[in-house]
Design a protein. Structure first.
Length: 476
């Protein structure tokens, strides 16, 4: 039932909002109840005071008569006032004589002239008018009622009492209206909150659903899937990071496929050559006097296969973390000369001019084999892509407490759009595919990895149809 994040969000927020509104309604209801009771008491107090003033006025007019005579003489006016004040205060009003007889009332269930209360109860109520504020007034009523009592006196004599009594302790009209208003407002606010939460949740969950679908698409091998999310919030940043990851994976997959194609070709071609020449030697197709020539070709192809396998093994060790640096202090200037001399035949064949700029030998603290590999790969590329009668310059200098080695070659250069990718695994630029049929696209990746393992950086800059320059640093 609660498998989806959206359902969990909606349920959690709905419960939270509902509980908040329940607490709000309870708090407001309590406040309104207290206010309603206070309001009801105030209204009843004004009602009894008004009736009391009226009765005292009528009594003063009828000076010689009893309270009963006064009520009978002004019955119509008194009843009109009782009914009006009773309606306004949502109460019943009773005028009671000193012997407990009911003289007038707004309560249609009681009869004028009946024994409303005992004389004893009358005396108790008249002596302490606040005593029976919430009671049955000594069983005068069947249930507890909210009461307000005033005496009616003629001179020093108490001739009767006025009782304003209500079965409800609250102002029901006000209380009911407010409760309805609160419930209606709460319902609308609750609905608006749910709609808002729904919209916000959808804005959060929809991109996550897209990310989930894209991830499943990746699992099926489709790395071209992208997630498009508007905005600048954390979800949008996640989507952007996901798309960047997807682009890297797509590029790696493309490079991997290209690499596999190149490796397959590089393995198949020499093996085909080797197998063909071996079969030719065995079946006599190749005469004995030419066998040494073809054996030399076989030896070259075997060495080429060996280099390819060694490169793949080197990549595997780097990725698995097996490759460990053996830091020693050595002469990097001499190392560069040795590597450069290993390309002497190729350099002479292309009549390349060499410039070696090094005022004094520079010593570094690094792994000799790793640095040798970096220098070899960079110089190998320089020799491959330098045209005939071109120039290769090697510059070694100390700068900012580090050794900086630059290898520059003249030539076609690298297009600006390809520079960010040249250190990626298996990457071969369009130019290198045409000029270098034997490369695997791993040389610069290995060089960069070796330099990074030393905590240093390697960079490349190039100007088309002029030069390409690689520079890296090593600790002294």
């Amino acid at each position: 039932m609660f498998k989806s994040v959206f359902t969990k969000y909606m349920t959690s927020f709905a419960l939270l909002i509902a509980m908040s509104f329940m607490l709000l309604v309870f708090t407001v209801s309590t406040m309104m109840t207290n206010y309603s009771i206070s309001s009801k008491k105030a209204i009843m107090r004004k009602a009894v005071e008004s009736v009391s003033i009226s009765m005292e006025t009528y009594v003063s007019i009828e000076k010689d008569g009893t309270l009963a005579d006064t009520v009978r003489a002004h019955n119509a006016e008194i009843m009109t006032e009782l009914v009006g004040y009773a309606s306004l205060s949502d109460s019943d009003i009773y005028i009671v004589a000193s012997d407990g007889t009911l003289l007038a009332t707004s309560d249609k269930s009681r009869e004028v002239g009946e024994a409303f209360m005992t004389p004893t109860t009358f005396l108790l109520a008249a002596s302490d008018t606040s005593k029976y504020s919430l009671s049955t007034i000594e069983d005068t009523f069947r249930e507890n009622r909210l009461n307000n009592i005033r005496t009616v006196a003629s001179g020093d004599n108490i001739e009767g009492i006025i009782v304003v009594s209500s079965t409800s302790a609250q102002d029901t009209t006000l209380y009911g209206a407010m409760i309805r208003t609160i419930l209606l407002a709460s319902a609308w606010i609750f609905l608006a909150a749910l709609v808002t939460v729904y919209i916000i949740s959808q804005r959060i969950i929809d991109p996550l659903k897209k990310l989930s679908q894209a991830a499943k698409s990746f699992a099926r091998g489709n790395f071209g899937e992208r997630v498009y999310v508007s905005g600048h919030d954390e979800v949008a940043e996640l989507a952007e990071a996901f798309n960047n990851m997807a682009a890297v994976l797509e590029k790696n997959e493309e490079n991997r496929n290209t690499f596999l194609g190149n490796v397959s070709h590089d393995l198949r071609t020499p093996m085909t050559v080797i197998a063909g020449f071996v079969d030719g030697i065995r079946d006599g197709t190749i005469p004995p006097e030419k066998q040494d020539y073809y054996l030399e070709i076989i030896s070259t192809e075997v060495r080429r296969l060996s280099r390819l396998v060694n490169t793949l093994l080197e990549i595997s060790r780097m990725q698995s973390g097996e490759r460990k640096l053996n830091i020693t202090h050595f002469n990097v200037s001499e190392k560069a000369r040795q590597v450069l001399l290993s390309f002497e035949k190729k350099i002479d064949a292309k009549k390349i001019e060499i410039e070696f700029n090094n005022d004094e030998d520079v010593f570094v603290s690094a792994d000799t084999d790793a640095v040798h590999q970096v220098l070899y790969n960079l110089m190998d590329n320089a020799v491959k892509f330098t045209p005939e009668k071109g120039t290769i310059s090697v510059t070694i200098e100390k700068k900012e407490k580090k050794a900086h080695i630059r290898i520059r070659n003249t030539g076609e250069g690298i297009p600006p759009e390809e520079l960010p990718n040249i250190f990626d695994r298996f990457y071969k630029s369009d130019r290198s595919r045409g000029l270098d049929k034997t490369g695997t696209g791993l040389g610069l990746y290995i060089a960069k990895t070796n330099i990074n393992m030393h905590g240093e950086k390697i960079t490349c800059k190039s100007k088309q149809n002029e030069y390409t320059e690689f520079e890296f640093s090593l600790p002294l």
